[in-house]
Design a protein around this ligand. Structure first.
Ligand code: SF4
Ligand code: SF4
Length: 184
C-alpha cells in the first residue's frame, strides 16, 4: 500500500474507521439535506402522540391498528435532536490526514503526537519497523492490545519486505472486528 498509509506504529490508515471518508461525507450530506428540508422538525412534530393519533383517526384505523401501523413508526422521532447531534459528532471525529503526513493521529481534526511517533522521530526513523526493539517495546502495548497480531505482522512485513508490501486487513483490522466475525 501507499507508504503514507502505514503509521510509525504499524497501524494502517486505510483500515482505520476514522479515515473512511465516504462515511463522514455521507453523514455530512445527510445532515445538510435533513436540515435544508426541515425534515427533523417535521418528523419530531409527528412523533407527538396527539399528532400521529390524528393521522391514524383520519385513516380510520382502530385503536389496535393505530400504534402498530402509525404510532410506532413516528414514536422514534422523539429523539430526532439527538440523531442530528450524533450526525454532527460523526462528521467532527473524522481523521483527514494520515500520521505520516502530520506526525500524529488526527481524529477530531487536530493532530496528536503519541509516545511512539515521538520516539520514532527522535531516532530519525519512519517507523518502528526500523527499530530492533519493536517485538518487545512497551510503547507498542497500547496498539498491540487493541489490534493484536496486526501490529507485529505489519511491522515485520515492513522490515522484511518493505513498507509498500504491508496489506490491508479490511474489516478484520481491530480485535473487536475479528471477534465479531468469529476470527479470534
Ligand atoms: S492517522 Fe488517522 S487514519 Fe491513521 S490510524 Fe491515526 S486516526 Fe486512523
Ligand atoms: S523504541 Fe523502537 S519500537 Fe519502541 S517506539 Fe521507539 S522506535 Fe518504536
Amino acid at each position: 500500500m501507499d507508504k503514507k498509509l502505514v503509521c510509525p506504529c504499524g497501524l494502517t490508515c486505510c483500515d482505520c474507521l476514522f479515515y473512511k471518508n465516504e462515511i463522514f461525507a455521507t453523514a455530512k450530506k445527510l445532515k445538510e439535506l435533513i436540515s435544508a428540508n426541515d425534515l427533523d422538525l417535521f418528523l419530531r412534530g409527528n412523533s407527538i402522540k396527539n399528532s400521529w393519533k390524528a393521522v391514524a383517526e383520519h385513516m380510520m384505523l382502530s385503536e389496535e391498528q393505530e400504534w402498530e401501523e402509525i404510532g410506532q413508526h413516528f414514536d422514534i422521532f422523539k429523539d430526532m435532536p439527538l440523531f442530528m447531534n450524533i450526525l454532527d459528532g460523526i462528521v467532527k471525529v473524522q481523521c483527514k490526514a494520515t500520521c505520516q503526513e502530520t506526525g500524529g493521529c488526527s481524529l477530531g481534526g487536530k493532530s496528536h503526537v503519541c509516545q511512539i511517533s515521538k520516539c520514532v522521530k527522535s531516532k530519525e526513523y519512519n517507523g518502528c519497523w526500523q527499530c530492533d526493539e519493536f517485538e518487545n517495546c512497551d510503547k507498542l502495548n497500547f496498539v498491540k492490545e487493541r489490534y493484536g497480531y496486526v501490529i507485529e505482522e505489519n511491522l515485520r512485513t515492513a522490515k522484511e519486505k518493505g513498507v509498500e508490501q504491508v496489506c490491508s486487513h479490511g474489516n478484520r483490522y481491530y480485535i473487536w472486528q475479528r471477534k465479531k466475525y468469529g476470527d479470534v
